[in-house]
Design a protein around this ligand. Sequence first.
Ligand SMILES: Nc1ncnc2c1ncn2[C@@H]1O[C@H](COP(=O)(O)OP(=O)(O)O)[C@@H](O)[C@H]1O
Ligand SMILES: [Mg+2]
Length: 325
Amino acid sequence: MPSKGIEAAGLVREFKGGVLAVAGIDLHVAEGEIYGFLGPNGAGKSTTVHMLTTLLPPTAGRATVAGFDVVHEGPKVRKAIGAALQEAALDPILTGREHLRLQTALHALPREERKPRSDELLERVGLTGAADRKVRTYSGGMKRRLDLALALVHRPRMLFLDEPTTGLDVQSRSALWQEVARLAKEDGVTVFLTTQYLEEADVLCDRVGIIDQGKIVAEGSPAELKASIGRPTVDVVPADHEQRDRVSAVLAQFGELTQASPHGVAVLLSGDEFGLADVVRALDAEGLHVEHLQLHAPSLDDVFLAQTGRTLEGAEQEQQTELVP
Ligand SMILES: Nc1ncnc2c1ncn2[C@@H]1O[C@H](COP(=O)(O)OP(=O)(O)O)[C@@H](O)[C@H]1O
Ligand SMILES: [Mg+2]
């Protein structure tokens, strides 16, 4: 029996002129999972989503979505899924409520269900108060939330979101994450989303595929991906630069010494048993004063860097904790 999630094998999309936007992708997304496609601009994220949502035929390979073949069973796929895509067309002169009423009609919901379903979804995405305002007065975050509500009208079991939070401020972004997480957790909706934001993939997704130049270069849970890079590094600059050797001796108890900042000593923490606090305590116990101490935890950007030799375009500040005692 085909999986009710997403299965893709050797999926390829070549555009005219030989542009290989998607260069052979395999996917296994389980039902109820939040799967994130993380990659820079032009990586092939939207093209993949367009193939999986039947908007664009693959030039090679095959895929099933919710158990249906994207090429041969397009209508069944479209009935099973909801999609909020980047170029989602909202009409600026219609209100949020009017958009929802139109969408319930488009999906042929029974007449008596259209109003309650619209109201329920407006409430769910926090737009009840703005429901009768024209969309041209909405903020970016409100438009994305309306997109999401429109994608949910027919109670899809699977949701595709193409860069749902690009360009949004931090607050709107986390509001949307909460809603998407709730859909997956409480309603068991499978979510396939694309993002350029490390933090979004990290916080929201059960599993992440890192995509670059049409290929998945790494895949796993955010924790697995980061663990593949290795343990965090602690870099210590002693207040008295003459004490570097003594600092080295202390740090060596916590793992292998590694490349450090100019006046510093750095250790790659080994195992799970040591943390930053242990290092600080040990230095303190030796009476060593510290000018600067920095923890560098591996991020998904490090994973991308390790796989591609480049850093993610649009990547946010790498995750660093700085302590200046
Ligand atoms: N309709 C098209 N015709 C030709 N090339 C395209 C078309 N759509 C996308 N591309 C190219 O395919 C590559 C992947 O694009 P896209 O899937 O939109 O990437 P992403 O969504 O990750 O930014 C890019 O090089 C883009 O220029
Ligand atoms: Mg895109």
